[in-house]
Design a protein around this ligand. Structure first.
Ligand code: NAD
Length: 524
């Protein structure tokens, strides 16, 4: 816990009697609700939906966590039409009222944090610290954005005059209907935050969660509704990427989009296709291939812990996960041996248990990907695999997606495992001869999300900041070499193939991405 008493991503545990008791109560309450059906929330009403999406528990894939109504094309049309119809009134409302609604939503998230965390553990397999961290982050993101709106005074600025009779004002105004498309790895934070940003700035929203985590979106929509978001201003459309995601992108009345997810979908299927007749704002937050650089002056224990937490924490399911390490030859043997020991020490288990560092990987797809990558590594050479590289099917792990954190070393430099985002607990270590060499290798990727350096040389730290191509960078961070950003603390976003705006989320400039400027001159 940090000094505020809040569990965040840099907390080492949530081991506290009050937290244990609250989790115990929440987990029991959620167990009693498992498998229930949830309706669609479209245009201010609930509906049975077009299909049913079964959300299952990755720790025991036989268990259905929730049966969530999924949207079809007619639901999509109705949701966009309702958002369009609601836009004039919502955008005309005093910004202070929108701030109050989003702040209420943040407060409800805080009040329900143990219940929502328990649902998240069942739906996605996060451990207690990660689940509680995400719910706290969601509340903080909402509150932070509300605070940004307030401190910008609604983004109305008096400008200079060219003539004494002129009155000149700059006003930032919303675009209209905003689509929010979210991934499964932070299903509350990465759906809730863009919804809040769009609503605060006066846009209306149609959102689509991942089909892997549809329940999170239902819960969040209910919270925004309870906080006072009027009918039609926010609709939620669980459903496939092809029908709902693509349908939103193609809809002419969708004025802007925030997508968080993979490069392939975000860039190839969305960014390149979204604008048709004229430019439209397209915020795509995508993947990473995040490097950690370890130099001879590093505190190796700190570096090993930092990489272990970033590569294996949440099973590598973070866009910021550390997936490549460039270690200086002088300390390489010691570092690799230490990291392999740290990987071997991780015992994946039931994420509901309080001491568990990692649970199952979150999806069937991740489980299959992991096995495919391990096979590729083995084909690359017997000495490549230094730790892990096995699935776990014993005892209580028989029906879940449990895998061993894996360390690879000495892959050929052009190997796909060093190039592609893996998104599972596999980290590849490469030996380098200098910081120059490490920086060149680290930057040799289409991605540019996060990066970390371990060094006690001030000159190396300066060079790293100057030359690394990434939007979020850390030095000597044992709590996470490349992971663990927090709203208002480390604004989070990517360069190059990791993000489109050059402005990070949870930061000072986020809301500007949802607004367009109107310069107003009145002459007397
Ligand atoms: P994904 O790209 O497969 O899916 C993301 C969302 O897009 C889902 O809701 C999906 O249904 C939808 N979608 C799929 N096809 C679509 C289409 N043709 N049109 C519109 N929408 C479509 O990603 P994922 O597997 O859910 O999430 C993991 C990815 O997200 C990783 O690459 C990770 O790095 C990235 N991510 C990035 C950030 C960030 O802030 N940069 C944060 C979290 C996750």
């Amino acid at each position: 816990m940090n000094p505020t008493g809040k569990v965040t991503y840099i907390s080492l545990s949530a081991d506290d009697p009050a937290i244990d008791a609250a989790f115990g109560t929440a987990i029991a309450a959620v167990r009693a609700e498992l498998g229930k059906s949830h309706a669609l929330h479209v245009a201010g009403e609930t509906r049975p939906g077009h299909v049913v999406i079964d959300s299952s528990n990755p720790a025991d894939a036989r268990q259905v966590v929730a049966r969530v109504a999924g949207a079809g094309e007619a639901d999509l049309r109705d949701a966009v039409a309702a958002a369009r119809a609601a836009f004039p009134a919502w955008s005309a409302r005093p910004w202070q009222e929108r701030v109050a609604i989003v702040e209420r939503a943040a407060e409800i998230v805080r009040q329900k944090k143990f219940e929502l965390s328990a649902w998240l553990i069942f739906e996605m397999g996060k451990n207690r610290v990660e689940a509680l961290g995400e719910i706290e982050e969601t509340a903080d993101l909402l509150a932070y954005y509300a605070g940004q709106m307030r401190s910008a005074d609604g983004y109305v600025l008096q400008m200079d005059r060219l003539a004494p009779t002129d009155q000149n004002t700059s006003v930032l105004r919303p675009y209209g209907v905003w689509a929010v498309i979210a991934p499964w790895n932070f299903p509350y934070a990465l759906l809730g935050a863009p919804i809040a940003a769009a609503l605060l700035t006066g846009n209306t929203v149609v959102c689509k969660p991942s089909s892997e985590t549809p329940l999170s979106a239902v819960k969040l929509t209910e919270i925004f509704e309870a906080a006072g978001v009027p009918p039609g201003v926010l609709s939620c459309l669980p459903g496939s990427g092809r029908v709902v995601g693509d349908g939103l992108i193609a809809h002419p009345d969708v004025a802007g989009v925030t997508f968080t997810g993979s490069y392939d979908v975000g860039f190839n299927q969305l960014y390149r296709r979204f604008a048709r007749d004229f430019p439209k704002p397209c915020i795509v937050e995508m993947g990473g291939k995040n490097p950690a650089l370890v130099m001879p002056s590093a505190d190796l224990a700190q570096a090993i812990q930092g990489v272990q937490r970033s590569a294996f924490g949440m099973n590598g399911h973070k866009c910021s996960a550390c997936s490549r390490v460039f270690v200086h030859r002088a300390v390489a043997d010691e570092f690799i041996a230490g990291l392999a020991r740290a990987a071997d020490a991780v015992a994946p288990g039931d994420p509901l248990d309080k001491g568990v560092f990692v649970g199952p990987v979150a999806t069937r797809q991740s489980y299959e990907d992991y096995q495919r990558y391990v096979a590729l590594a083995r084909t690359a050479g017997a000495s490549v695999v230094r730790a892990g590289a096995a699935v776990l099917t014993d005892g209580a792990r028989a029906h879940g997606y449990f895998v061993r954190p894996t360390v690879l070393a000495d892959l050929p430099p052009d190997h796909p495992l060093l190039r592609d985002e893996l998104f599972v607990p596999i980290v590849a270590v490469q030996v380098v001869d200098s910081l120059d060499h490490a920086l060149a290798a680290a930057n040799d990727t289409k991605f540019g999300l996060t990066a970390g350096l371990f060094s006690r040389e001030p000159k190396e730290i300066d060079t790293f900041f100057e030359r690394i191509e990434a939007g979020v960078v850390y030095v000597n961070r044992a709590a996470g070499a490349t992971t663990g950003a927090w709203p208002g603390v480390q604004p989070f976003g990517g360069w190059k193939g990791s993000g489109s705006t050059g402005k990070n989320i949870g930061g000072h400039y986020t809301l500007l991405c949802y607004l367009r400027e109107q310069s107003r001159t009145v002459c007397q």
